[in-house]
Design a protein around this ligand. Structure first.
Ligand SMILES: C[S@@+](CC[C@H](N)C(=O)[O-])C[C@H]1O[C@@H](n2cnc3c(N)ncnc32)[C@H](O)[C@@H]1O
Length: 315
């Protein structure tokens, strides 16, 4: 974890108090803390830094994140590395989704946050328009992989063909300046950052993946600057009761809040512009639309996804 990040961090268990963290370093590579710990001055909780990866998950979330399941499996890693980087490797099946999303975000002088960054493609794209960009994800495997790309400026991975059969894939990023990029393991529902920190926040395809979608949006509102700020939101709204209870879905039908609109994108549109007192100050919606993207599971199995996006601006 790069040293410049420490002053921006707070304890994820004490977000209301915005308690800073003290850094202990056991091993450092230049400005990169390789082995150490972050400790909360109030609750005394300790967040480890191992192999350069800082883990700021609250205790409850960490307990739920099974190291070998969900987004932490080799199959998911192969699927998302292909999804994020296959256009750079020249795969004819690739989409240009992450370039499309990043092209919707204007340059800003302040820092950017990519919430649920997975293996980091949008975070790296935002480095072209922001001096500092932080990608956070609850999957330690994804963040380790993103950090490996960051530090080696190379992508090398085993692309699954089928079963245990895979082939080596990769590309180099030697000409990129990523001094201001960092990735940490953190929870979208308890962001370890001070309020009003970010000039830009992107949250792609994560709303439907968290147990409390409203809390995720509240954390975006808390950590985004009140002026001179952009929020890029995108989601396919494929709600899943195994992830979040239906009463938390941002849709007006079924067990949800009957004041919400029947479609999630319409509820979000209303939230952006001031309904439900969620975003304060509200946004002006300056762009909207759809982005098609794919996840590749095996040589013969893709998921084709259409994600609806809104770009909100606070001036
Ligand atoms: C559908 S993927 C989208 C990833 C990436 N934003 C993209 O569009 O390619 C959802 C991501 O959210 C992450 N995630 C799920 N729950 C999370 C949480 N509570 N906090 C942070 N990340 C989370 C997953 O690990 C995964 O990387």
């Amino acid at each position: 974890m790069k040293r410049w990040l420490v002053d921006r961090l707070i304890c994820p268990e004490c977000t209301a108090l915005e308690m800073p963290l003290t850094l202990t370093i056991r091993e450092e590579h230049g400005e990169d803390v390789w082995d150490g710990a972050l400790r909360c001055l109030d609750c005394d909780r300790i967040y480890p830094i191992r192999g350069g990866v800082a883990d700021l998950l609250p205790g409850d979330t960490r307990a739920k994140m099974d190291a070998e399941s969900g987004y932490n499996t080799p199959a998911m890693l192969s699927a998302y590395l292909w999804s994020h980087y296959s256009d750079l490797i020249g795969d004819p099946q690739a989409t240009d989704a992450y370039r499309q999303w990043s092209s919707r975000i204007p340059p800003r002088p302040g820092p950017a946050l990519d919430v649920g960054c997975a293996v980091g493609r949008l975070t790296f794209e935002l480095a072209d328009t922001h001096a500092h960009v932080i990608g956070i994800d609850a999957s330690a495997a994804f963040i380790r992989s993103a950090r490996q790309i960051l530090t080696s400026k190379r992508l090398d991975f085993d692309l699954i063909i089928e079963g245990n059969l895979s082939e080596p894939w990769g590309c180099a990023f030697s000409d990129r300046n990523w001094e201001g990029v960092e990735f940490i393991v953190a929870d979208a529902l308890a962001l370890p950052f001070r309020s009003r920190t970010f000039a830009t926040i992107a949250a792609l395809n994560i709303l439907e993946k968290v147990p409390d979608p409203l809390q995720h949006l509240m954390e975006v509102n808390r950590t985004l600057k009140p002026s001179g700020a952009t929020f890029l939101f995108s989601d396919p709204f494929s709600w899943d009761p195994a992830v979040s209870p239906p009463e938390t879905w941002l849709v007006g039908s079924g067990e949800g809040n009957s004041d919400y609109s029947p479609r999630g994108i319409d509820t979000l549109r209303r939230m952006f512009t001031g309904a439900f007192d969620l975003f304060d100050p509200p946004f002006e919606i300056v762009a909207d639309g759809e982005v098609a993207w794919k996840i590749r599971k095996t040589a013969n199995l893709w998921e084709h996804i259409t994600s609806q996006y809104l770009v909100g601006q606070r001036d």
